[in-house]
Design a protein around this ligand. Structure first.
Ligand code: TMP
Length: 210
């Protein structure tokens, strides 16, 4: 049986990476062979692209450039890490995937969705997550958490509230459109409360595995 592909999404400050680590512990304790990865990144080339796309640049980085870099990283990550893992039956937990492109480059930067769809078809060859957990918080709360965590460094973290409002709206639009695949996790609770919600979303996949 091929593995399961689960993605974690949300704006900065919602606690998604912490929850991904906890979900990984939970699955490993149940004997699931697991690959934990992230986008952009996950393979050496994709991590190099991550550095390029996140670090502040001396020249303007337009939305199309950003979009193509995200998909370039995604294509090599899928081909060299995600697909081989799923094929051997491992589960893949991925911190962000194409919904982030739709929310950030689409919602945040205004890239037309049909451009994203074209690149999705080319880069993913039909691969989509089995389950996507969207960690959701109002933007002011998420930004306060993100600020409390440390200095703003990368090109996205230095964006203003209005940008993150558009990104969040982009995510909520995906949730409304695909309520079967995408599940909302209210992120305002404690780490343990949110982790319990996550386990509740993952358990049906574990049960289906038998
Ligand atoms: P991270 O901080 O969650 O690791 O994500 C890195 C940044 O990259 C984050 O600000 C969101 C952004 N991003 C996009 O804009 N588009 C994408 O397709 C992905 C995967 C991430």
């Amino acid at each position: 049986m091929t593995g399961r592909f689960i993605t974690f999404e949300g704006i900065e400050g919602v606690g998604k990476s912490t929850q991904l680590r906890l979900a990984a512990d939970y699955l490993r304790a149940r004997g699931v062979e697991l690959v934990v990865t992230r986008e952009p990144g996950g393979t050496p080339l994709a991590e190099s692209i991550r550095e390029l796309v996140l670090q502040p640049q001396d020249e303007a980085v337009d939305a199309v450039t950003e979009l193509l870099l995200m998909f370039a990283a995604r294509a090599t990550h899928l081909g060299n890490l995600v697909e081989p893992a799923l094929a051997r039956g491992a589960w893949v937990l991925c911190d962000r995937f194409t919904d982030a492109t739709e929310a950030y480059q689409g919602g945040g930067r205004g890239v037309p969705l049909e451009h994203i769809r074209v690149l999705e078809r080319i880069a993913q060859r039909g691969r989509r997550p089995d389950l996507t957990i969207l960690f959701d918080l109002p933007v002011p709360q998420a930004m306060a958490r993100s600020r409390a965590r440390g200095a703003q460094t990368d090109r996205f973290e230095s964006e203003q509230a209005a940008f993150f409002e558009r990104v969040r709206a982009g995510y909520l639009a995906i949730l409304a459109r695909e309520p079967g695949r995408v599940r909302r996790a209210e992120a305002s609770g404690s780490v343990e409360e949110v982790a319990q919600v996550v386990r509740g979303l993952i358990d049906p996949l574990l049960e289906a595995r038998g």
